[in-house]
Design a binder for this molecule. Structure first.
Ligand SMILES: *Cc1c(COP(=O)(O)O)cnc(C)c1O
Length: 592
């Protein structure tokens, strides 16, 4: 039994407890675990507000409103004991006893346990710990992470779920390491033995190549919130405090880093693409001074997506007709994928029209009139600045010429949220919205507010081209581009994250050649130039090079390769099998 811990889960848009890619990956992981029969229980937090509801004001600026999660209207149940009282566990936070309840959702046959502090028996200050996702300051963060890591382990014990392997998906849940150490030392194990036991049965997946992406708490915060741990039998401050410090800061005086705690508390480590694993080995090599960088034990398991969640109905029906069942679960080696060749081009291209029409309809609901026959480029993701949503806007003249060619029209559909504290990200968003409202670009640019799984689904099913412009190597993997493959969209992306592995000429397009730049301005200028050139010289001509029956044969042959070669590889079925074989089984064996 694997216990999978994460701070967010995107299961469905009707359960708003996610903000972006980390949550989507976690949700798709649980779905594939269920499909494959892998025994797994997941732990997260029962947020009472989702990330935020996005609207736009008259100036085109983002307005972040509340997104209340009405638990009584969700397909979930609060876990109760035999006597009908809610099951709770408790944790000390700042000298108060905080009670934590458990809300359970089923994801197929996988249980998702969501921890909830909004209970009448709690102090008002503590009821709000699970109020919102990534909404609070560092104080709120540490409390949430204590509830997730320590409360999560205690909930598993209270529910008597026998866990073999603990998986920390990103560092937010790393306090579980401390709780498991405490359990073992209280039971009489020596600290070093306890650490070996915990390490051998723990998996840690890191998701960012950016050091600023990790939570770091001050010594004062750690002492105030977790000082009680040092009074427990068999464990002292000298034992556990160093677990969160850099090697040259054994008392964690410069901060207690959750990623370091996870890296020291887990023996089985991975990054989320091959490039990201390589970057991570370099980032963390000082923790493994006895090893050369290439031997740092962080393996790469490239992300995937849950194909049945993201494939459009029209495409699914087409595949059902021409491929062998159950194609949707089939791996890359399964010959059924070769049958994509047997689908007539007219039918395959007509399926694109269905998806594009739905996307044009969604844009229409938001006041944009688009063309259901025009080459449609989609871009939807968080407006983090490294993702460079505005790269395509650098040269307005060239953009105008590209979009408004009457014989070969092109349209752009954008969506995405900027974190309410990310001022530059909100600037990028305002620039996109302004373009979508510029009469000169009318009919060619749309911005869909409220990016969530539902908007994402329509966009990945409707776009002909999926644009991805991160500053290399900051996109650890990226998953939205994987969702377009089964739907017949082609990727146009910087060679970063998963696309380093997915790209080959003839099954999508590359921006640049995987260069690394010292100077961001040079990178932006050079890569914008490459982006325009690929669009002008490759993408647009290929899409509009039509046979007598109106089908672009060259384009459709790229679609076939993208569907058949990328879908089964970048799926969570392949990914979860890999976690099973390369990490979970190894950890289970080591812990035995
Ligand atoms: C897939 C998805 C993401 C992740 O997309 P990236 O390409 O990794 O940025 C984020 N949000 C939603 C709603 C998604 O569906």
């Amino acid at each position: 039994m694997v216990a999978y811990f994460c701070s967010e889960f995107a299961i469905t848009e009707h359960l708003p407890i996610y903000s972006g890619g980390l949550g989507v990956l976690a949700g798709d992981h649980l779905k594939s675990a269920s499909d494959l029969g892998l025994p797994m229980v997941a732990l997260g937090l029962a947020y009472h507000h989702g990330y935020f509801a996005q609207t736009l004001d008259d100036e085109g600026r983002q307005v972040a409103g509340p997104d209340p999660n009405v638990w009584s209207m969700r397909p979930v149940e609060r876990l109760e004991g035999p006597d009908g009282t809610p099951i709770t566990v408790s944790i000390h936070i700042e000298g108060r006893l905080v009670h934590v309840g458990v809300i359970q959702a089923w994801v197929g046959s996988t249980r998702l346990l969501l921890l909830d502090t909004d209970l009448p028996e709690n102090d008002e200050r503590d009821r709000g710990i699970t109020a919102s996702l990534y909404g609070g300051d560092s104080e709120m963060r540490i409390r949430q992470e204590i509830v997730l890591g320590i409360g999560g382990v205690r909930a598993l014990r209270a529910l008597d779920i026998p866990v073999t392997v603990f998986h920390m998906n990103e560092g937010h849940s790393a306090f579980l390491v401390l709780e498991r150490l405490r359990e073992l030392t209280v039971a009489g194990e020596r600290f070093d033995e306890a650490l070996a036991t915990v390490r051998s049965s723990s998996v840690f997946t890191t998701h960012t190549p950016v050091p600023a992406g990790f939570d770091i708490f001050s010594p004062e915060q750690i002492q105030r919130h977790l000082g009680w741990l040092s009074a427990e039998p068999g464990i002292t401050a000298e034992d556990w405090i160093p677990l969160g410090g850099t090697p040259d800061d054994p008392r964690s005086e410069r901060g207690f880093n959750m990623a370091l705690l996870a890296l020291r508390g887990a023996k089985h480590l991975n990054g989320v693409s091959q490039l990201h694993a390589e970057v991570s080995r370099g980032m963390w090599s000082e923790l493994f001074p006895e090893r050369p960088v290439d031997d740092v034990p962080i393996i790469g398991i490239t992300n995937g997506i849950h194909v049945p969640t993201w494939a459009g109905r029209g495409v699914q029906a087409l595949m059902d007709r021409y491929l062998d069942e159950p194609w949707i679960w089939s791996g890359a080696e399964d010959p059924t994928w070769q049958k994509v060749e047997s689908i007539p081009s007219t039918e395959l291209f007509a399926a694109r029209w269905g998806g594009r029409r739905a996307l044009v309809g969604l844009a229409e609901n938001h006041g944009f009139e688009l063309n259901p026959d025009a080459l449609t480029i989609g871009f939807a993701r968080r407006f983090a600045t490294y993702k460079r949503a505005t790269l395509l806007l650098t040269d307005r003249e060239r953009l105008r010429a590209l979009l408004k060619n009457p014989d070969r029209p092109v349209q752009l559909v954008f969506a995405g949220k900027a974190h309410p504290r990310d001022v530059p990200g909100q600037g990028f968003l305002a620039e996109i919205v302004a373009l979508s409202r510029d009469p000169e670009f009318a009919g060619h640019v749309a911005f869909i507010p409220g990016y969530d799984m539902a908007v994402g689904r329509v966009m990945v099913q409707g776009a002909d081209v999926w644009l991805n412009t991160p500053r290399r190597p900051k996109e650890a993997s990226g998953t939205s581009g994987m969702k377009v493959c089964i739907n017949g969209g082609l990727n146009l992306s910087i060679l970063d994250g998963w696309w380093v592995e997915g790209y080959e000429p003839g099954r999508g397009f590359a921006i640049g050649q995987g260069e690394l730049y010292e100077d961001v301005e040079v990178a932006d200028r050079t890569e914008a130039e490459s982006l325009y050139r690929v669009l002008e010289e490759q993408v647009v001509p290929l899409f509009y090079d039509r046979a007598a029956n109106g089908v672009p044969e060259g384009w459709v042959s790229q679609m076939r390769r993208s569907i058949a070669e990328l879908t089964p590889t970048f799926s969570t079925h392949r990914m979860v099998r890999e976690y099973g074989e390369r990490l979970y089984e190894v950890a289970a064996e080591a812990s035995r």
